[in-house]
Every structure is written in structure tokens, then in C-alpha cells.
Design a protein around this ligand. Structure first.
Ligand code: KG4
Ligand code: ZN
Length: 330
């Protein structure tokens, strides 16, 4: 059994967790920064980085206290090394390096996307490689065949915006504020998802890629027309995203008969309408559907600790000279 400390600071969540190789989450803490960024309608990178400086060390001390352990008890320190907002990534990675050096433990530089990609295995011990993953977050929208730790085949990506970005931009133009995804989902409950005709970009195309920029512009035009209520706009937008995600995933599932399961991860996977639609799609392909619990879908330290545990078990560690990477495809 090994115990890993995981640190996450690549966007607007400051988080740390202690997770062991038996999938026990001994402690986890997350501090969001909604109040810091809300006045600007989106994440301001420098404000995020400064907030991580203030919050990360107390959060690390907090999870050690919650779990009743010290740095001497852990086996390695895992920290997000990218991709993400570089100032924040540097805060977490340098903190991880300092802790690893001080405790004389190995450092594991984790790709944030690998954190999302492997998090379903933390939640579900039965989930075996290879599985088809729909990774939908604020910065990414990809379909990946997850074949093993560090072993990914990317089937599709977005040609413009990520799905979460589309939610955030739509929320902003509908005056729903930040963070956008949960706000759109909430307002959509009171709307008619068929009220506003909106495009489904790339639906029907042979490659399972995504595109959301045109959808966002169409919502902007529909909103400007004044003909629709905000709940109808939100519900119709959400339904268009659902239809795109389902259609694109359908193509990928058809191309990957070897997949043991259909898995969704990333912040947008917290959306109930999206989860319901993807559950139905998996059933049509006779695949188990796996979605981590909501708190594990949005950014957190446990997914980084778990990716660290998987890499550690595979004998992969990094030296203290490892660089932070704003861009880092899986
Ligand atoms: O994975 P995540 O926490 O951070 C990134 O790595 O990007 O994802 C954040 C994204 C944001 O765009 C947020 O609006 C979206 O996930 N999101 C949602 C919901 N909750 C979070 N989108 C739709 N519905 C939700 N309930
Ligand atoms: Zn993320």
C-alpha cells in the first residue's frame, strides 16, 4: 500500500488530497475562487495564481491534519504540471517540489488531463483498460481510448471551443454569471429545450470531432432577437450540446469495439442532462457507463493523487527539474 499526496492548481480550484493505492481517499480539500473571479465574468489568470499562493499551503496542512498523517508517512508527492494557466500550475508544481525535497520523497509531475482520465478508476475498481473516455472540461473536449497509464489514443478533439467553455460563454451572454455550467443547467430546468432552433455543429460527420463556436454565436443571435426567454435559450443550448456529445461519442463507440466501458470525466460531466443522455447511449452499445461522482468530475486533488498512485505503481517518477507546461496534450 502506498500513500500519495496530490496537489491541483491549474485553473481556479486550489486543491489537495491524500489517496492510497487501495483507492481510499484519506482526506481532500478544495477551495474554489468563484468570488475572486465573478466580477470579471471569467477566470483571471493572475488573480488565480495569487489565490493559489495564499491558499495552497494551508490546504496541504489541512489534509495532513484531517488524515492524521505527516509528510513522513507519504510515499510520493504528485502535482499537476500542466496543462493549464501557467502561473497557477507553477504555484502547485513548485509547492510539490519543495514538499518532495523536504520529505525526501519522489515527485510525480501529473498531466491534469491524465488526472481526469484516470479518475473513473479511483471511483470504480472494476473499470479495466481499455475504455472509451469522453473528457469534457472547461479547457478540453476530447474522445480518448484509455489503453493504460500514459497510453492514450486520441480519437477526437474540438476544432474551436471546449464544451465547458461553450457553457461559460453562453452563461456570460445570457447574464447568468460565472461559473457558467452550473448556472445554465439550473436555469435550463425552467425552459423548453425545443423552443429555440440551434445548430448541431459537425453532427453527422464521419470523424468524431467537436465544434461549439457556431453554437455559441447562434445563441447570441437568438438572444439578441429578443424573441426568447432566458430559460428557453439555456435549455435549447444545453440540448444542442447534449446532441453533439451523444452523436460524436456514438461514432467513437462504433470505432472502438474493444472498449470495456464508456466513461465520462471533466467538469461538464457534472451536468445531469448530459449524464442521462450518455447513460442511454452506452446502453445502446451494451457498454457499462461510468461517471465519477460529481465532486470528482470538477477539478480536485484526489484525481491528481490517484494519477500519481497509478504512475508510482508503474515505476514512473520525475526529477526536481521538471518543467511546468501550459500546453501538454495527452
Ligand atoms: O474540469 P473542470 O473543473 O476544469 C477544467 O479542467 O477545465 O471543468 C470546469 C468546466 C467549466 O467550464 C464549467 O462551466 C463546467 O466545467 N461545468 C459544467 C457544470 N459544472 C461545471 N458544465 C455544465 N453543467 C454543469 N453542471
Ligand atoms: Zn480539469
Amino acid at each position: 500500500m502506498t500513500l500519495i499526496l496530490g496537489l491541483e492548481s491549474s485553473c481556479d480550484e486550489t486543491a489537495a488530497a491524500l489517496v492510497d493505492s487501495d483507492r481510499r481517499i484519506l482526506a481532500h480539500r478544495v477551495a474554489g475562487q468563484e468570488a475572486d473571479h465573478a466580477p470579471y465574468g471569467g477566470v483571471v489568470p493572475e488573480i488565480a495564481a495569487r489565490a493559489h499562493v495564499v491558499r495552497l499551503a494551508p490546504i496541504v496542512a489541512g489534509v495532513l491534519k484531517d488524515a492524521g498523517v505527516t509528510l513522513a508517512d507519504i510515499d510520493a508527492v504528485a502535482a499537476t504540471a500542466g496543462p493549464g494557466l501557467i502561473g497557477g500550475v507553477m504555484v502547485g508544481l513548485v509547492t510539490g517540489k519543495a514538499l518532495a525535497h523536504a520529505a525526501n520523497k519522489p515527485l510525480i509531475a501529473v498531466n491534469h488531463l491524465e488526472g481526469h482520465a484516470l479518475s473513473p478508476r479511483l471511483a470504480d475498481p472494476a473499470l479495466e483498460f481499455p475504455y472509451l473516455l469522453l473528457l469534457v472540461s472547461g479547457g478540453h473536449c476530447q474522445l480518448l481510448l484509455v489503453k493504460g497509464v500514459g497510453d492514450y489514443r486520441r480519437l477526437a478533439t474540438t476544432i474551436d471551443d471546449a464544451a465547458g467553455e461553450a457553457f461559460d460563454k453562453t452563461a456570460k451572454l445570457l447574464g447568468l454569471g460565472y461559473p457558467g455550467g452550473p448556472a445554465v443547467e439550473r436555469v435550463a430546468r425552467d425552459g423548453n429545450r425545443q423552443a429555440v432552433p440551434l445548430p448541431r455543429p459537425l453532427v453527422g460527420s464521419a470523424e468524431p470531432h467537436f465544434s461549439f463556436a457556431g453554437l455559441k454565436s447562434a445563441v447570441a443571435r437568438a438572444a439578441a432577437s429578443g424573441a426568447h426567454s432566458v430559460p428557453d435559450l439555456a435549455a435549447s443550448f444545453q440540448q444542442a450540446v447534449v446532441d453533439c456529445l451523444v452523436d460524436r461519442s456514438r461514432i467513437a463507440l462504433g470505432a472502438c469495439p474493444e472498449a470495456t466501458a464508456f466513461v465520462v470525466a471533466g467538469g461538464v460531466a457534472a451536468n445531469g442532462a448530459i449524464r442521462d443522455a450518455l447513460t442511454g447511449l452506452a446502453a445502446r452499445f451494451d457498454k457499462p457507463f461510468v461517471a465519477p461522482p460529481l465532486w470528482l468530475c470538477t477539478d480536485n486533488g484526489a484525481m491528481i493523487a490517484w494519477a500519481g498512485a497509478e504512475r508510482f505503481a508503474a515505476g514512473i517518477t520525475d526529477d526536481l527539474g521538471v518543467a511546468a507546461r501550459p500546453r501538454w496534450p495527452l
